[in-house]
Design a protein around this ligand. Structure first.
Ligand code: ADP
Ligand code: MG
Length: 222
């Protein structure tokens, strides 16, 4: 048996705000194999972003285990998880989350700084070329269109050559044409061998992936 790249077992996430408890994820089991392109669908509030934060090592689960590329990271400390995050997962956000007044090149270099990797400028330039932004490297986010900013975000997610790419509604803030360009970019990255988890509520986007799972009230229903 080939080891899955991702194995979530019984993963729950509970948010506590005052006296209220929200079970954003409820005993989720999920495996993703190397080279897969998986879509996660579900209505607003179903737990998609929470799942992305767990997969992306941005927020630990409250319960359950997360094995990423052979390593159980669910018991890791904040510092250990930050190291894993830098090298194993690349995250793409709906709202790009770029650092303002900072060039595209510098934005893409930053994960390599955290990961303690050398040769940063050259790797960042290569990642930007890969997403078609070879001629916009010194532009700041405010000087780029939404689609270009999302490309910078994708370059930043790819620059450390992570095992998986997790994208949370990456076309959600873009117009239709630009959104389709971004999706085509993801499809091509998958064809080139990337393992991708795409969170979306567009059926049309989900159709372009290998497999679709549905979340409802924090549970995988299908
Ligand atoms: N930081 C948080 N604190 C409290 N509740 C949260 C937090 N983040 C998300 N939630 C709640 O968890 C549920 C799932 O949210 P989310 O994962 O953002 O859903 P989706 O991305 O599918 O819209 C929602 O009920 C939401 O209100
Ligand atoms: Mg969301």
């Amino acid at each position: 048996m080939v080891q899955p790249l991702i194995r979530l077992s019984g993963v729950s996430k509970v948010y506590r705000t005052g006296a209220e408890e929200v079970h954003a994820l409820d005993r989720v089991d999920l495996t993703v194999h190397a080279g897969e392109f998986l879509a996660v669908m579900g209505s607003s509030g179903s737990g998609k972003t929470t799942l992305m934060n767990v997969l992306g090592c941005l927020d630990p689960p409250s319960e359950g285990s997360y094995v990423l590329d052979g390593v159980d990271v669910s018991g890791y400390s904040k510092r250990e998880i930050a190291r894993v995050r830098g090298r194993k997962v690349g995250c793409v956000f709906q709202s790009f989350n770029l650092i303002p007044r900072t060039s595209a090149l510098r934005n893409v270099e930053l994960p390599l700084v955290y990961a303690g990797v050398g040769d940063r400028a050259e790797r960042a330039r290569e990642a930007l070329r890969q997403v078609g932004l070879g001629d916009r490297m010194s532009h700041a986010p405010s000087q780029l269109s939404g689609g270009q900013q999302q490309r910078v975000c994708i370059a930043r997610a790819l620059v450390a050559d992570p095992a998986i790419l997790v994208a949370d509604e990456p076309t959600g803030a873009l117009d239709g044409v630009t959104g389709r360009e971004i999706l085509t970019l993801l499809v091509n990255l998958h064809k080139a061998g990337r393992t991708i988890v795409l969170i979306t509520h567009e059926k049309e986007e989900a159709r372009m992936t290998d497999r679709v799972i549905q979340l409802r009230d924090g549970r995988v229903i299908d």
